[in-house]
Design a protein around this ligand. Structure first.
Ligand SMILES: Cc1cc2nc3c(=O)[nH]c(=O)nc-3n(C[C@H](O)[C@H](O)[C@H](O)COP(=O)(O)O)c2cc1C
Length: 360
């Protein structure tokens, strides 16, 4: 009997299986507003138990990449409503990933009046693609004032309320992969000397206050968080107290009793290994749902679920390339390969045109 394909419990929700579609930025949201094409894309994949959307900004300041969606304006909420309706009609539950890009941004990607904000004025190595001028180096962000921090927390809380208004079952705070929340956690990007920087108790404060504010806004059963201990994406180097820092976070997030923690492991994409010990630490210290992701195929998903390493498995690239991944995994059918060249390009090519299996 497959655990993967059996119904799963996620807090108050019943999922149609144990498979989540991992959040994936696809840059098809013209003017940062969800489109009809996105309704089709997510609808095609709604045989998953849970869909976590692409990173979606809670603020104009958080729109670092071209054509990523937001969830701060009425038009964005309306756009998302059409998507949650299509997904719910096919039985999947859906969470929106709240991603504030912080320093991973370029002014050419931001609307007029928006600012690139981060804990400290430390520019990321490397560059950012812009539609107007191609690749550009990352500029130095503005260090957030305490007033900016308060505003940002309020934006997350409002985005959480907007998510519920748009029909989402909950939100996932993007605390992984080098974006704003992780920029506060990590010492290379957080060089503050006030109450939000220094020892981990202070570096974790912004993340915990965002979690508390969103829980206060929509309830602890609707708030999850994604974290990437030992992740190095977006110029976030390894450092000595990584394991201790994330152990602290696991304990504090457990106290908040939020719905789930979703751990990222990008070693299958060429990143350094994520030690099994840190995953086991989260499993031990965090009493609610644990989601693991990164490089899963059906056999490994089944084996980690049956070993009790986690409660749900999230899958990225195989879902991107196979709208009917659930059926293919059930049948042991061959998979379409993802086409990296069209990951972030506008239009349906490489987005909604991956073929499903022929009907028998
Ligand atoms: C095109 C693409 C876009 C991604 N965008 C996001 C994102 O917006 N938020 C996020 O947390 N992770 C993002 N990821 C990472 C995936 O969620 C996932 O962790 C990664 O693909 C590894 O899982 P996989 O081996 O199943 O693909 C992205 C990955 C890909 C391939």
């Amino acid at each position: 009997m497959s655990i993967l394909h059996s119904k799963a419990v996620l807090g108050p929700l019943i999922l149609q299986n144990h498979l989540a579609m991992a959040p994936m930025t696809r840059s098809r949201a013209t003017d940062n507003i969800p489109t009809a094409l996105m309704v089709e894309y997510y609808g095609q994949r709604a045989t998953a138990g849970l869909i976590v959307t692409e990173g979606t900004s809670p603020s104009p300041n958080g729109l670092g990449y071209p054509r990523i969606p937001g969830i701060f304006s009425p038009a964005q909420v309306e756009g998302w409503k059409r998507i949650t309706d299509a997904v719910h009609a096919k039985g999947a539950k859906m969470f929106v990933q709240l991603m504030h890009c912080g320093r991973i941004a370029h002014p050419l990607n931001l609307p007029t009046g928006a600012h690139i904000l981060a804990p400290s004025a430390v520019a990321a190595d490397g560059g950012m693609y812009t539609d107007a001028e191609g690749m550009k180096p990352h500029p130095a962000p503005q260090a957030m004032t305490e007033a900016d921090i308060k505003t940002s927390i309020a934006e997350f809380a409002q985005a959480a309320k907007n998510a519920v208004a748009a029909g989402f079952d909950g939100i996932e705070l993007h605390g992984a992969n080098g974006y704003l929340l992780e920029q506060f956690i990590r010492p290379n990007t957080n060089q503050r000397t006030d109450g939000y920087g220094g020892p981990i108790e202070k570096r974790a404060r912004f993340v915990l206050e965002v979690a508390e504010a969103t829980i206060a806004a929509i309830g602890k059963d609707k708030v999850g968080i994604r974290l990437s201990p030992f992740g190095v994406f977006n110029d976030m180097p390894l450092y000595d107290s990584m394991e201790a820092d994330y152990t602290y976070l696991a304990k504090r997030l457990n106290t908040l009793e939020l719905l789930y923690i979703h751990l990222v492991d990008h070693s299958p994409m060429g990143a350094p290994p994520v030690p099994d010990t840190i995953k086991a630490t989260f499993r031990k210290l965090f009493k609610r749902t644990l989601i693991l992701s990164g490089g899963y195929d059906a056999a490994r998903a089944e084996s980690d679920l049956s070993a009790g390493k986690c409660d749900l498995i999230a899958v990225g690239r195989p879902f991107l390339a196979n709208p009917d991944l659930v059926t293919r995994w059930k049948m042991g059918a061959a998979l379409n390969a993802p086409d990296m060249a069209t990951f972030y390009t506008p239009g349906p090519k490489g987005y909604t045109d991956y073929p499903a299996l022929k009907q028998y």
